[in-house]
Design a protein around this ligand. Structure first.
Ligand code: ME8
Length: 656
């Protein structure tokens, strides 16, 4: 049975639109998933949405819809985006799924029965935006960082998780299995948090239910409580795990949610997996360590200059803007430019420079030159090298050590470093061409063997690049693969079978341009236009009733609609809404009243063509009989917009 590889992203709050941060994490998870498939592992890639809590409740209330309606409307934004980007997600979990709710309730009951969850009174400072109670120190830190968290004091009866009891085991986890949090400096942050006598003191028990919120999973048997959103959210990794995949190998998180994943999450799992007789003050049993995630991989943030991206500053980079350059380009940049763990400033300038340098020039140029030389000098057939001078031998050794070095770094989740290694080799190959001067070698038949070596080595390096970089740029590498005359899908290759010196099975194809050079000025104008469209106020949501029941054609055909021409119009005295009109229907002139005064003045109406329901029974309005009705469009909040037939439609025309 092959090794399982279970990778997760955080589940995203649905009250926000996807941004570069979500895109980065999910793309990185996809790169990991694809990479581990090519290592012949059994991959399970989970992402999803976090749909409960006060923020959702409030946003929904503000819009006059139910929280369920809100989450059903927004969750697909994320799911569709990942599909559009071609991410190989195996399962998209939503915390409002019945299966998830059932697992949360079952685990809650189980821990309550074990004594790890108990009920008590809680009073404390609560950060609405974090959905978490915070200590005084944390509150001060948050304020000092200028993070606009809304802090409120809450007092309520609450269920608590016995977090304090797990402190000893947690410390052992960090000491004995430091790979639990990567990169290392992020582990140090976590340790400081938990360290006994550390600046934050002992771990406090954790409040994990609320009575002040109703949008959540009810506590079984005590339904005025709902499960606190982090106990609910973190359990998605368990509830949506596929059989045979537990525990996760890599769980990607942003630095801001590391605390939840590196402290609360393993503590919940320790409580679930511990057995009677396990000593919480003794050694953390290996048996339990094996049930915990192997690694929580914490990344930093994409910043705008030195500052955080935020809606209020209007400086958020949206996936649409990145995708404008193609999904592979966006993937390459995000993975290549961010060193995992650290923050990184984003600029479109750097983005485009990177793509031009590494993809249009770098790889694109090298592939085009190499393939066209193979065609020009060898009719597309890839030669077998026989002679190696010092320069050739140096390049041969470089190519041979690139793959293991790349795979070693990727194995440590350092894709930024792995790509750097690969591109250093590609640059050395550019130098190889300059020094070996194949165009000169081609002029003299005596140099044929030497030219064979140069061409073959270029081919081998490109074939290796297509395989190694396929998880990062699936489409571009497939194109390169095909240009090299190689059969099938590059994604079906296995790193273990990467035989760099194997002969080529077929001649190379015509070189296909891998990546078109970006005209930076033109691209920036297009990006500005996308940003402007994004900033434009959204059209307010329609307020219309549900669609009426279906009718058959005959029922509809009973309605006689005609084009009318308004001959005269005047306000109806004492009425706020009504205007009285004389309307020419071609065969007769009628008196018709319309409730359109707020939108039209009598002068607006005279000479206007309208659509009249001509066979409506007459009815009196404010003492005047109306012989028909005008058609107008609106929702419950807007003014009426009269339906206007074109100028050349004659009064009396039938509308059908
Ligand atoms: O925290 N650069 O969801 P979320 C990189 N529902 N990453 C960024 C970023 C940026 N500029 N801004 C935000 C939640 N992020 C919870 C998770 S998991 C059980 C529950 C990252 O939608 C941030 O670090 O607010 C976090 O990892 C992720 O976006 C999702 O944030």
């Amino acid at each position: 049975m092959s090794k399982p590889f279970y990778v997760t992203t955080p589940i995203y709050y649905v009250n926000d639109k996807p941004h570069i941060g979500h895109t980065y994490t999910t793309v990185l998870a996809d790169v990991l998933a694809r990479h581990h498939r090519m290592l012949s592992e059994r991959v399970y890639f989970l992402t999803g949405t976090d749909e409960h809590g006060q923020k959702i409740e409030k946003t929904a209330a503000g819009r006059g819809i139910t929280p369920q309606q809100l989450v059903d409307e927004v969750a697909p934004n994320f799911e569709n985006l990942w599909q559009q980007m071609g991410l190989t997600v195996d399962h998209f979990v939503r915390t409002t799924h019945t299966a998830h709710k059932a697992v949360v309730q079952a685990r809650f009951e189980e821990l309550r029965a074990k004594g790890d969850i108990y009920k008590a009174e809680y009073e404390g400072l609560y950060s609405v935006s974090d959905e978490a109670f915070v200590t005084e120190t944390q509150a001060k830190e948050l304020q000092a960082q200028g993070l606009a968290h809304q802090l409120v004091t809450l007092k309520e009866e609450s269920y608590f998780f016995r977090l304090s009891a797990y402190e000893h085991w947690l410390i052992q986890l960090y000491e004995r299995w430091p790979e639990f949090v990567q990169p290392e400096f992020r582990l140090n942050e976590v340790k400081q948090f938990v360290a006994p006598g550390g600046e934050r003191g002992k771990l406090q028990d954790l409040s994990i239910s609320r009575t002040s919120i109703s949008w959540g999973i009810p506590v079984p048997g005590d339904e005025k409580h709902v499960v606190y959103v982090w106990f609910d959210a973190l359990l998605n990794y368990l509830s949506a795990c596929r059989e045979g995949h537990w525990p996760p190998q890599v769980q990607l998180v942003g630095k801001d949610i590391l605390r939840f994943h590196a402290i609360y999450w393993p503590a919940f799992l320790m409580a679930m997996f511990r057995q009677d007789g396990d000593d919480l003050q003794g050694e953390l049993p290996e048996r339990i360590r094996r049930q915990l995630p192997e690694t929580i991989l914490a990344h930093g943030w994409w910043l705008m200059g030195d500052t955080k991206m935020s809606k209020s500053l209007g400086n958020i980079v949206r996936p649409k803007e990145l995708l404008h350059f193609g999904s592979d380009a966006a993937r390459f940049f995000l993975v290549r430019d961010m060193q995992i763990g650290f923050d990184r400033a984003f600029t479109f300038e750097a983005f485009m420079d990177r793509l031009n340098a590494d993809l249009a020039n770098g790889l694109g140029n090298l592939a085009a030159r190499s393939i066209s030389m193979l065609q020009r000098y060898r009719g597309g057939a890839v030669p077998v090298p026989a002679v190696f001078d010092d320069l050739d031998a140096e390049i041969r050794a470089l190519i041979a050590r690139t793959a293991p070095e790349y795979l070693e770094k990727a194995g440590r989740n350092d894709f930024n470093g792995a790509l750097e290694t690969l591109w250093t080799t590609l640059r050395a190959l550019d130098g190889y061409i300059v020094k070996a001067e194949p165009w000169k070698l081609a002029k003299d038949e005596a140099n044929a063997a030497k030219l064979d070596t140069v061409l073959a080595q270029l081919f081998r390096a490109l074939r290796m690049t297509a395989v190694l970089a396929a998880p990062v740029m699936p489409d571009l590498c497939q194109l390169l693969w095909e240009s090299l005359g190689l059969p099938g899908a590059v994604a079906d290759q296995r790193f273990a079978d990467l035989m760099i010196e194997a002969p080529a099975p077929a001649p190379v194809a015509d070189p296909k341009p891998l990546f078109a050079r970006i005209d930076k000025e033109a691209a920036m104008t297009e990006i500005e236009a996308l940003k402007a469209a994004e900033a434009a106020p959204a059209t307010p949501r329609l307020d219309v009733p549900e669609l009426k029941e279906t009718i058959d054609y005959d029922t509809f055909a009973k309605t006689d609609l005609r084009v009318g021409l308004v001959l005269e119009a005047e306000e109806v005295p004492k009425s706020k809404k009504l205007i009285k009109m004389k309307v020419d229907l071609g065969f007769e002139v009628r008196t018709i009243l319309g409730g359109i005064k707020e939108a039209y003045s009598p002068e607006d109406l005279v000479g206007r063509r309208v659509v009249v329901v001509a066979n409506l029974a007459p009815r009196p309005l404010m003492g005047i009989e109306s012989h028909g009705m005008l058609l107008a469009a609106s929702d419950n909040n807007s003014k009426p917009y009269l339906i206007a037939p074109p100028e050349d439609a004659q009064p009396g025309f039938i509308v059908k």
